[in-house]
Design a protein around this ligand. Structure first.
Ligand SMILES: C[S@@+](CC[C@H](N)C(=O)[O-])C[C@H]1O[C@@H](n2cnc3c(N)ncnc32)[C@H](O)[C@@H]1O
Length: 485
């Protein structure tokens, strides 16, 4: 492959495809089974879409730990000598994209003095850990109010820093995980997680919380929001949990309108006595029924604008990547009719034209210019029903809703690693690509193959199964029907 500079470099990648493989490792034959449940990554739930199962004959279980340890070391080695980029997600900073090669500060084009100011700022920050740990640390805030406070964290490093702060004799810090708390049943008065709960396995954490809390004990999950901050999808789950807690249990009925295959509907099952997924398409309802495992979910075929529920009967109504297809004013009226007083409407979607790719040592700008060309080529095939951008439709709906208790989040970044083929599959599932495919199948496949080839050429890879990181921007609106409406 020729670089822009003219340098030629050839690199081959071999990726074991999904299926069965036999490998020789640690003097043992091991069968590696790579299976994919679906072609596309589940962006709603973040559910791993691929499983890798190792099978070996013999008694030595250590061999599996060795493989994982070696894989971890290899992955860490990739970061050696490189800079890991972080992005703000909710109240946390998370690695973003692949680690980039280090470069001298002098090679970054900045206005005079800006680079030096940043370096001074960072040095000052690193030089004052106590100043930061003394301020607003959650466990320390709790100390005056309880006989005993225990801080739990998975990271030894964080614990060591917390322990180093003097003056809190009633606080102890222990290593542990949120999903497996080191406390007996019914022993905790207050369980808090400050800017942390979105990291947890939420269903296991909530089960663990109800185990350790005393009767009348309280749980407080805190986060903070800023409209300019990028949000992770789990923040939305956290926000919903928070709403559920505010409203008080039990929650009887959730309805997911335009449920498609039910991949979002299943998320609601653990919070409600019953969940109903509805869709206008009999084929989609059929797929959802085939996927259905949860006992409390049922599916019905009906239009979003005429729902088969009585007035004031629904606690939560969701529409995930579907509201933009509805007759929106009629749907909003229907939602108002069926929601209980204090019932909640949640509409979610993501922006398709902002989906971005990254790949190690590869110019993201060049990659994303090609992605943009793809989106622009599909733009004429976009349904007129959707207008120029769906975010505007949702914002309009948000503004038209007269409920005083409502919330609008515009940018919640979700990053997933997936093979390039899955990214292509994702774009090919857009209604605009499907419209082009119906109109001119050859043009559609030429466009998609051409884009894929060009992306591979920039990435300097030969396999469409090469993993890339895809960043998707979600947005959502929440609105709570007033008690008197
Ligand atoms: C992009 S899919 C989203 C499916 C699912 N919510 C998800 O997130 O995977 C949109 C769904 O809305 C459904 N839909 C479109 N218009 C509808 C309407 N007026 N009433 C009910 N469902 C509708 C379509 O059949 C489709 O299954």
């Amino acid at each position: 492959m020729a670089h822009e500079s003219g340098r030629v470099k050839t690199q081959f990648d071999f990726h074991p495809s999904p299926g069965n493989h036999i490998i020789w490792y640690g003097r043992t034959w091991i069968r590696v089974e790579r299976t994919r449940e679906k072609q596309m990554v589940d962006l709603h739930t973040g559910t791993p879409w691929e499983s890798v199962t190792f099978t070996a004959l013999g008694r030595n279980r250590q061999i599996f730990f060795n493989i994982l340890q070696e894989a971890r070391e290899l992955a860490l080695k990739q970061e050696e000598g490189r800079t890991v980029m972080y992005t703000a997600m909710g109240g946390e900073w998370r690695p973003f994209g692949f680690p980039r090669r280090r470069r001298p500060l002098s090679s970054v084009v900045l206005e005079a003095g800006v680079g030096e100011k940043i370096v001074d700022d960072v040095k000052e920050f690193i030089g004052n850990p106590k100043w930061y740990t003394d301020r607003g640390q959650n466990s320390q805030v709790l100390a005056p109010h309880f006989q005993e406070v225990v801080g739990i964290d998975i990271s030894e490093c964080q614990l060591a820093e917390a322990r180093a702060v003097p003056g809190y004799p009633n606080i102890t810090y222990r290593k542990g995980t949120a999903e497996d708390l080191p406390f007996p049943d019914g022993s905790v008065d207050l369980l808090t997680a400050a800017s942390a709960a979105h990291w947890f396995d939420q269903s296991r954490f909530l089960t663990e919380a109800s185990r350790v809390l005393k009767p009348r004990g309280c749980m407080a999950l805190l986060g903070y929001s800023d409209t300019n901050m990028r949000f992770h999808y789990q923040d939305c789950g956290e926000r919903l949990n928070h709403i559920f807690q505010e409203k008080g249990c039990p929650f009887e009925l959730a309805v997911d309108v335009g449920c498609g295959s039910g991949q979002g509907t299943v998320l609601l099952a653990k919070h409600f006595t019953s969940v109903v997924g509805t869709d206008v398409s009999p084929a989609q309802v059929e797929v959802a029924l085939q996927n259905a495992k949860e006992q409390n979910i049922t599916y019905r075929q009906c239009v979003a604008e005429e729902l088969p529920f009585s007035d004031s009967s629904v606690d939560l109504m969701t529409a995930m990547s579907a509201f933009h297809w509805f007759d929106r004013p009629r749907f909003l009226q229907e939602a108002h009719r069926v929601l209980k007083p204090r019932g909640c409407l949640a509409l979610l979607n993501y922006t398709t034209i902002d989906m971005e790719l990254s790949y190690p040592d590869c110019c993201s700008h060049s990659l994303n210019e090609i992605c943009k060309e793809f989106y622009v080529a599909l733009q004429p095939y976009r349904s007129p029903h959707l207008g120029r951008s769906s975010i505007e439709l949702y914002r309009e709906a948000y503004e038209s809703i007269s409920y005083p208790d409502k919330e609008w989040q515009e940018c919640m970044l979700v990053e997933r690693s997936m093979p390039l083929s899955s990214y292509m599959g994702l774009v090919e599932s857009f209604s605009s690509y499907q419209a082009l495919l119906r109109d001119d199948p050859q043009k559609a496949s030429r466009l998609s193959q051409g884009i894929c080839q060009r992306l591979m050429s920039i990435m300097k890879v030969t396999s469409v199964e090469t993993e890339v990181v895809v960043a998707v921007k979600y947005f959502y609106l929440l609105a709570c029907k007033p008690q008197e409406a």
